[in-house]
Design a protein around this ligand. Structure first.
Ligand SMILES: [Zn+2]
Length: 126
């Protein structure tokens, strides 16, 4: 039921007993309990997020170009190295036909497929 609701239940008893001062104090306490519950939920979520980041940290594979992949995950999925290093965010990068990529978040650019990139350059030479 949660601390907030429990305190409110107790407060009702004192309201009925005409003890307004105590009733008010209990309501105040209930709202503080609610704040703590919300804070607790927020910290719990942050903790989960940090655990996930820690788990990923050991599996990050860096490349010469500014992108990363995750060991054990689909090799075709790559993430922006800049976003990971700055904010510990995994932003999947968009690849384009000529082998280049761009991060949709920070716009970091690079070459993800060297072979395709070289081929696209050759066509310009002819
Ligand atoms: Zn990025």
């Amino acid at each position: 039921m949660g601390l907030y609701n429990e305190i409110k239940e107790i407060a009702k008893v004192f309201q009925g007993a005409d003890n307004i001062e105590l009733y008010k104090e209990l309501l105040d306490l209930a709202s503080k309990a609610l704040e703590l519950q919300n804070e607790n939920t927020k910290l719990h979520e942050e903790n989960e997020e940090l655990k996930k980041i820690l788990d990923f940290k050991g599996k990050i594979v860096k490349h010469d170009e500014p992108y990363i992949t995750i060991q054990g995950e689909n090799e075709g999925i790559a993430y922006c190295a800049n976003c990971w290093e700055r904010n510990a965010k995994l932003i999947q990068i968009n690849t384009v036909a000529n082998g280049k990529f761009a991060c949709p978040d920070c716009n970091t650019k690079g070459v993800i497929d060297r072979e395709k990139y070289n081929r696209s350059k050759q066509t310009y030479i002819y």
